[in-house]
Design a binder for this molecule. Structure first.
Ligand code: PGA
Length: 251
């Protein structure tokens, strides 16, 4: 059966010292009270090598928030999937809407990034989701179907290694959350597309996370939906009490 996962996305927050302190605090909280789901924290690149050795890898996975679409070489300022993996990190968020909209990441670029992540044994947390105008025009299904093109060229074996995150852009950092019914509808649709492409077994085993203003007060209702397998958490991942409150939605 597919895994339930709560993953944090720190975005561009926390100095190295603050990030290390946050990871330590989370590690202690989850050592004292074991989670009933997989837990992942995705941090800025510079935190990875410091954070991986201080968390219990049996309880907390560590990931990056991005990686390059090139293997190596003269790409000033970029960080490759191989470099991410060399820190001990096991995950990488790819296709976050902030990367798509502010840094021009296309379906093709993301296809390269996903392949490089997998080639370096990183688990991609691949994000899809529509903007407000697309939701208002009821185009959300078309939008996510088009975004899935980046991962629908994978073999069934490789596709089975990825995690998906549905994040409606209008809900990210806005305090607006998709209703559990809205999340369930589109998650079920996404799973039906996977089933069409790769068959029922692959679709049933794929974890699809919800992201967008997820917090302790709404996580339980969202995660109770049959096709919502956890969350990708931004703002609420920056405070241990909030993040743990979301993790505890699986208790
Ligand atoms: P948010 O961000 O929880 O702050 O809305 C979620 C995300 O962008 O991954």
């Amino acid at each position: 059966m597919r895994k339930n996962i709560v993953a944090g996305n720190w975005k561009m927050n926390k100095t190295l010292q603050e990030g290390v302190a946050l990871a330590k605090e989370l590690n202690e909280a989850l050592a004292a009270d074991k989670p009933n789901c997989d837990v992942v924290i995705c941090t800025p690149f510079i935190h990875l090598a410091s954070v991986t050795p201080i968390v219990d890898s049996a309880v907390i996975g560590v990931g990056a928030e991005n990686c390059a679409d090139k293997v190596s070489g003269a790409y000033t300022g970029e960080v490759s999937a191989e470099m991410v993996a060399s820190t001990g990190a096991q995950y990488v968020i790819l296709g976050h809407s902030e990367r798509r909209s502010y840094y021009g990441e296309t379906v093709e670029i993301l296809e390269e990034k996903v392949k490089l992540a997998l080639a370096n044994n990183l688990t991609p947390i691949f994000c899809i989701g529509e903007v407000l105008e697309e939701r208002q025009a009821e185009k959300q299904n078309e939008v996510v179907a088009a975004q899935l093109a980046s991962v629908f060229t994978l073999s069934a074996e490789d596709f089975s290694k990825i995690i998906l995150a549905y994040e409606p852009v209008w809900a990210i950092g806005t305090g607006l959350t998709a209703t559990p019914e809205q999340a369930q509808d589109i998650h079920a649709y996404i799973r039906s597309l996977i089933a069409e492409k790769y068959g029922n077994e692959v679709a049933d085993n794929c974890s699809i996370l919800y992201g967008g203003s997820c917090k302790p007060s709404n996580a339980k209702e969202l995660f109770a939906k049959p096709d919502v397998d956890g969350g990708l958490i931004g703002g609420a991942a920056l405070k241990v009490a909030d993040f743990k409150g979301i993790i505890d939605a699986f208790k």
